[in-house]
Design a binder for this molecule. Structure first.
Ligand code: NAD
Length: 497
């Protein structure tokens, strides 16, 4: 491998130890801005996965399994402080590995302690219930117990926050975790593992194995010692994960792709809506599962909104993610660049028009990286590829509508159901639309806000299960019912009288 001596060589964290893959296998991690590798990460074998699951099991059966909720909460709050202190380093690692703007990764890193602190509170409030039954001789109560070893699989588009959405509630529930970040963006999860270790979590509570999906990811999902699988990624891989987890009846939470509608009515505040469209599809270079890839706009304002969005797209500053002046970074991988360019070509071939972007920028430093210009596609019909497939890049397709009924039908004309937004100043219409759109999250006059307390997840081909909030905690615990006979009146069941 040419030039590997200059690359950072990262190790994975298993049972409190920093390890290479047992066979020495590595994967190159590419900086999407330069288009060149910057680090080598291990490519864990099935044997390495086994070690990690065993370490997680040992921690569960050991001291971690005996910790109280308040003791876990204390450690989680200490981790929140360590992450806040190390936010700048974490953000730089994420931007280098994934190409996201430093401005954005700093914002994400600042959010991570929120998740830990919210779920630290939840760890202290984890309670069962007492349940009155028809039989007065019995006192019945429930216990919430950790589900066990959690296998957490993370995609490359938002590695830090998607990891934290799994790690914080799993720690609160008293589980142990084996995380597998995406092979393209492993570094930030390893930095989190370093901090977890530093603040004093017992070894084996949080393990990070590195490696690809087909080998390492699959071995993790198929491992009979994994009690629950939390997966974020593509629908294609999610289906495979669900089948593999079924082999040992492990429950799964699937956060998959989307093709979210962003519906703008003529009575909307046009400045806010324009900003909302930009945030929904050009932030994070459009690599968001929640991206508002379908702009469904009432005909009276369609031309003006499209002109505004196209003008903003054309003026956008592309460049070094670490440079404060940059407004949009590269796509995270060269495969993703090829995929997005392919979908834009399909749109052209199928008769759509491009009113902004559509190609790679030329000149200057952006030529080396995986850049694409922010793209606005019009003259789209519902059967075109660009109307149906998730792009996962900075591309928005425009669909004009006349009536509210038509807007609802267009919004729901997709197999996905992750998110959507409605822009209107008509309060009643806003709530009608929120109810009518088939998706796990609806924003009214907003886009892309989230919070650890608010459930997040999909319907249809966008997956099932909810992250964040109590829903998440419930799905990481087992509910045990305990029946207590209170009178000592238990008789021989085979004797009469
Ligand atoms: P991907 O599904 O190929 O990979 C995601 C992760 O799964 C990676 O860590 C990969 O190594 C692993 N993986 C792949 N195949 C596997 C298998 N058979 N068994 C176990 N692990 C496997 O997706 P990607 O291309 O890395 O990410 C982009 C996709 O993720 C997009 O479709 C996007 O919509 C989706 N996504 C969804 C959400 C959400 O919350 N709903 C969030 C972010 C991304």
């Amino acid at each position: 491998m040419a030039g590997t001596r200059q690359l950072e060589r990262l190790k994975m964290m298993v049972g409190g130890l920093w390890l290479d893959a047992e066979d020495g296998g590595v994967i190159e991690s590419v900086n999407p801005y330069t288009g060149r590798p910057w680090a080598l990460v291990p490519n864990a074998t099935a044997g390495d996965v086994d070690q990690a699951v065993l370490a997680a099991r040992a921690a569960l059966d050991g001291p971690w399994g005996r910790t109280t909720g308040p003791a876990r909460a204390d450690l989680m709050r200490a981790l929140a402080i360590a992450i806040a202190d190390g936010a700048d380093r974490l953000a730089r690692i994420e931007s280098t590995d994934n190409g996201k703007l430093l401005r954005e990764t700093l914002g994400v890193a600042a959010q991570l302690p929120r998740w830990l602190n919210y779920f630290a509170g939840a760890a202290e409030r984890l309670t069962g219930q007492t349940i009155p039954t028809g039989n007065p001789n019995y006192f019945v109560y429930t216990l919430r117990e950790p589900i066990g070893v959690v296998g957490a699989i993370i995609p490359w588009n938002a590695p830090l926050i998607l990891l934290m959405m799994k790690l914080a509630p799993a720690l609160a529930a008293g589980c142990t975790i084996v995380a597998k970040p995406a092979e393209q963006t492993t570094a930030s999860a390893l930095e989190v593992a370093r901090l977890v270790d530093e603040v004093g979590f017992p070894p084996g509570v949080f393990n990070v194995i590195a490696g690809d999906g087909a080998g390492t990811g699959r071995a993790l999902v198929r491992h009979p010692g994994v009690d629950k699988v939390m997966f974020t990624g593509s629908t294609r891989a999610g289906i495979a994960v669900m089948k593999d987890a079924a082999e040992h009846v492990a429950p799964v939470t699937l956060e998959l792709g989307g093709k979210s509608p962003n519906v703008v009515f003529a009575d909307a505040d046009l400045d806010a809506a324009t900003n909302g469209v930009i945030a929904s599809v050009f932030a994070a270079t459009g690599q968001m599962c929640i991206a508002g890839g379908r702009l469904i706009v009432q005909r009276g304002i369609s031309d003006e909104l499209v002109a505004r969005v196209a003008a903003r797209a054309e003026a956008m500053v592309l460049g070094d993610p670490l440079d404060e002046a940059t407004e949009m970074g590269p796509l995270a991988t060269s495969d993703q660049l090829d995929r997005v360019l392919g979908l834009i070509d399909a749109a052209r071939r199928e008769g759509a028009s491009l009113v902004a972007g559509g190609d790679r920028p030329t000149g200057g430093s952006v030529e080396d990286g995986f850049f694409i210009r922010p793209t606005v596609v019009t003259d789209v019909n519902a059967s075109m590829t660009i109307a149906r497939e998730e792009v996962f890049g900075p591309v928005v397709a425009v669909f004009p509508f006349d009536s509210e009924e038509e807007a609802i039908a267009m919004a729901n004309d997709t197999v996905y159901g992750l998110a959507g937004a409605v822009w209107t100043t008509d309060l009643q219409r806003g709530h009608r639309m929120a109810k009518a759109i088939h998706a796990g999250t609806i924003w009214l006059n907003s886009y892309r806000v989230s919070d650890p307390a608010v459930p997040f997840g999909g319907m249809g081909m966008s997956g099932f299960g909810r992250e964040n909030g109590d829903e998440m905690l419930n799905s990481l615990t087992e509910l045990k019912s305990v029946w207590v006979e209170m009178t000592g009146a238990t008789r021989d069941p085979l004797k009469m009288g």
